[in-house]
Design a protein around this ligand. Sequence first.
Ligand SMILES: Cc1cc2nc3c(=O)[nH]c(=O)nc-3n(C[C@H](O)[C@H](O)[C@H](O)COP(=O)(O)O)c2cc1C
Ligand code: FES
Length: 446
Amino acid sequence: MAKITSPAELEKLREKILSQRDPDKLCITLCSGSACHATGCDPVADALAEEMEKQGVVGKVDFRRTGCHGFCEQGPILVVYPQGICYLKVKAEDVSEIISATVKGGKVIERLLYVDPNTGEKATLEEDIPFYKNQQRLVLGPNRKIDPKSLEDYLAVDGYQALVKTLFELSPEEVVGEVKNAQLRGRGGAGFPSGIKWDFARKAPGEQKYVVVNCDEGDPGAYMDRSVMEGNPFAVLEGLMIGAYAIGANEGYIYVRQEYPLAVANLTIAIEQAEEAGLLGENILGSGFDFTVKVHRGAGAFICGEETSLLNSLEGKAGEPNARPPFPATRGLWGKPTNINNVETWANIPLVINKGADYFTAIGTEGSKGTKIFSLVGKVNNTGLVEVPMGTTLKDIIFKIGGGVPGGKQFKAVQTGGPSGGCLPEDLLDTQVDFDELTRAGAMMG
Ligand SMILES: Cc1cc2nc3c(=O)[nH]c(=O)nc-3n(C[C@H](O)[C@H](O)[C@H](O)COP(=O)(O)O)c2cc1C
Ligand code: FES
């Protein structure tokens, strides 16, 4: 892609991309997140390429490999748009029929549809599956629409509009103000208000400052950050750049655990594409703002998710924590003011800037705004990634979205927040999931 040197050029490019895309054109999307790799999306992709050629639909039908759709246990997941016909547990052997019956003939293949384990009812469309129906996928939503290796796809879903607004319409103070007004709290566990943290780093004395993404994600069973990073690395980068502008940093680091090779691969491609397009580097979009970013692979120590250990590890030291204060905002990476946030926190930033604080604060509870992503795993019928408004009850997550306990067995307890969290028994199932309610119940967000 040629270098984009102004917001007007970016808009022109976006319009060109959209003009070349017909929303009514058939498009086959195949989830290619880590879980769908494990269940065999590669042979399905190979079979699709072969069959599309054989059955003469190349050019008439688009094919896109996307990030995680969320319903990982049912993968590989294939969705045929514009209808949104959703096929689960797709195998290479199914592909010929998918092309001939669904793509060419408009017929639904019943055996590949979701069947509700409780009612036996089938769902044809992705949005009709109870697992998705009761979610609000503001952060995860773009995952199923874009190829994470395509900057063009990200631009087509309004990517980089928040950055343009930030660089050309808002002062750093106004950006911090918007994040404060949105009452966004850090998604890494403790729920510290992000705007207040940004303000500390912005006001800390010093020329050299850093921004850092925490993608260490060591909690067993958790893979929210991995899926956002794999499926939409551009959103994390855009959020990070907005934060860098706000606090006055020109360098960023993304700390990703070594066990996330697809996240590292997709992120690296996203960085290369953004650099080539002039969306990273010097004088971004002609704004005068410079920003570079490096990816650092962590070796997979749980403690390196803790911010001071992570920063020590980034410096090449042993990943051990330091006493706080001083906090990273005043004395972080190489002793310089540093703002570190979790992947999901950064991925919320474009939404906050694009839609505004009023939109964001209308979602959630008094003390916890927006949505939260959870990995719903264990002895539950529907396992996968779930994004719900803050304040949704544990009961709704486990029973409405998760479909309850397999085999109609008695529910015993739910564990939230990883090793630092807690186990909540049946009488706490009506607990609303937000930072304060979970802490009150003796557990933690996560
Ligand atoms: C033992 C320990 C492990 C942690 N692991 C993670 C982690 O894997 N990912 C994460 O984002 N935060 C983790 N945290 C929290 C970080 O120290 C830090 O608060 C967070 O990255 C800040 O980002 P946020 O404000 O966006 O939540 C951990 C904290 C502790 C004490
Ligand atoms: S990786 Fe395919 S649905 Fe999660």
